[in-house]
Design a protein around this ligand. Structure first.
Ligand SMILES: [Zn+2]
Length: 234
């Protein structure tokens, strides 16, 4: 393995104090409503809604238990809405691969798409192309996915529901925020803009019902016989 634990671990370096780590984890992010990198908020909201729409596109239900979905977008022309490159959802159970969180599955999909028609990029060119792209994801990436986002050198990474909110809603999480992963990846050659809590008022309901029988289902879904949220059949 190229990046084994022993050589990527910071355990042997002078450690930051607990206070510093806590302080970094609590650093504020830009308001989701701001125009960052010349991309206005309505455009951000559009693509976050596309990420939630990927759930219905790629799974049998618009409100699956693991509602972790992503889209990867080309915002090279900030005057336009941007171009969708690929979509993906958590496919761990569907494909028997525990690493296929939504972000990883989407990166894998984009890697294939960038090397196919009409892009036709070489593998090396596909790797470079990720530096120009933006990844939108319904929930803050876990450390594995946040690390992948930094290794890919995405131009931007935008999430909806935060890890803090996921924990409050009952989700088991590795308690390392994306901002901590970003802070520790400063010596990678390309930086990634991080925007959080974008359209969280719409993404939070996708994660609110699983451990709370009293919670409402996401839009378009109702409680079924097993008390799981299922597609609302009109
Ligand atoms: Zn993940």
């Amino acid at each position: 393995m190229l990046f084994s634990f022993w050589c990527s671990s910071t355990d042997q370096l002078p450690s930051r104090s607990f206070y510093q780590v806590q302080h970094l984890a609590q650093q504020p992010l830009p308001s989701p409503q701001l125009t960052i990198n010349s991309i206005p908020y309505p455009t951000r909201a559009h693509w976050m809604r596309c990420a939630t729409a990927a759930l219905a596109e790629l799974s049998p239900s618009p409100c699956p238990f693991s509602a972790f979905a992503s889209v990867i977008v080309n915002h090279t022309d900030p005057s336009s809405l941007g171009d969708l490159i690929c979509i993906g959802i958590n496919s761990a159970s569907a494909l028997g691969n525990p690493t296929l969180h939504g972000e990883i599955a989407t990166i894998n999909n984009c890697s294939e798409i960038l090397q196919a028609s009409p892009f036709g990029l070489s593998p090396a060119e596909a790797v470079v192309a990720f530096r120009s792209l933006s990844l939108y994801t319904t929930a803050e990436a876990c450390p594995m996915c946040a690390g992948a986002i930094r290794w890919a050198s995405f131009r931007e990474y935008i999430y909806g529901t935060s890890i803090t909110t996921l924990i409050k809603l009952g989700w088991g999480q590795i308690r390392v925020s994306s901002i901590e992963i970003f802070e520790k990846s400063f010596d990678l050659p390309y930086q990634t803009t991080l925007l959080g809590n974008v359209l969280a008022n719409e993404t939070d309901p996708y994660f609110s019902w699983q451990f709370n029988p009293e919670a409402s289902c996401p839009q378009g879904c109702v409680r079924g016989n097993s008390n799981r949220c299922i597609r609302h059949m009109m």
